[in-house]
Design a protein around this ligand. Structure first.
Ligand SMILES: CSCCC(=O)C(=O)COP(=O)(O)O
Ligand SMILES: [Zn+2]
Length: 223
């Protein structure tokens, strides 16, 4: 099967699952005002991703676009445009074995991304000791460094940063933050990516409740 010949039954099944996850994440308040995007890897080097600018609380299987998994190029002409952030999903599919990617603007992770990130440099959020780290599938579940990327207006530039970081960091956690923007997680399927997102959103809530300064923030303030 080539990347343009997607089995229609598979496309509708995957599209229905994407739509259901999107509606559920919207209901939690994590995809306000059309924010966020989700994708799944499909056979034949493709991926299915949410269309750009749609109300994420009102998605159906028809609101999805087939793209090339490795580049994000739309696989066939059609009326819908793929998410404006498709290249970030492609960067993850190119450099990991992820089967699904979720990006949301959930409040606690986004607040931590705002306070930890740098406008022009890659930073990272060190997380230690939280029991919820065990939900991320890490080699060492006692600690991790979640990268925090600059929110370049040119999305492919964010994607290039992400691809470079993941290619150079074999034990990177299945998650990233974009400062002033949001959080992205991935896993073998949407359920695993969503569970990892829940763990990180909860950890970020706890970090914000635990003290006035975040670890990376302290370093940044002292530098
Ligand atoms: C109103 S949110 C601005 C764009 C964004 O950050 C996002 O997550 C949604 O973009 P998409 O093109 O996937 O709708
Ligand atoms: Zn976004």
């Amino acid at each position: 099967m080539t990347h343009t010949a997607i089995d229609d039954g598979e496309r509708v099944r995957a599209g229905s699952e994407l739509a259901a996850f999107s509606r559920a994440l919207y209901e939690r308040g994590w995809m306000p005002g059309t924010a966020g995007n989700l994708s799944v890897r499909l056979p034949g080097g493709t991926a299915l991703i949410t269309a750009s600018g749609r109300d994420k609380g009102d998605m159906t299987a028809e609101d999805m676009v087939v793209v090339r998994a490795d580049t994000g190029e739309e696989a066939a002409p059609g009326p819908l445009r793929a998410s404006a952030e498709t290249t970030i999903h492609s960067a993850i599919y190119r450099t990991t074995d992820a089967g699904a990617v979720i990006h949301v603007h959930s409040p606690y992770a986004t607040a931590v991304a705002c306070r930890t990130g740098h406008r022009t440099h890659l930073n990272s959020l060190r997380i230690e000791r939280f029991e919820l780290l065990k939900g991320l599938g890490l080699d060492d579940p006692t600690r991790t460094e979640v990268p925090v990327f600059p929110n370049w207006p040119d999305v492919p530039r964010i994607a290039a940063d992400v691809a470079g970081h993941l290619a150079a960091t074999p034990h990177a956690p299945p998650a990233l933050l974009i400062t002033d923007h949001g959080i992205t997680t991935w896993g073998r399927d949407l359920a695993q990516a969503r569970n990892r997102l829940e763990c990180l959103e909860s950890i970020c809530q706890l970090l914000l409740m635990a003290g006035p300064e975040l670890p990376a923030e302290k370093e940044r303030l002292n530098s």
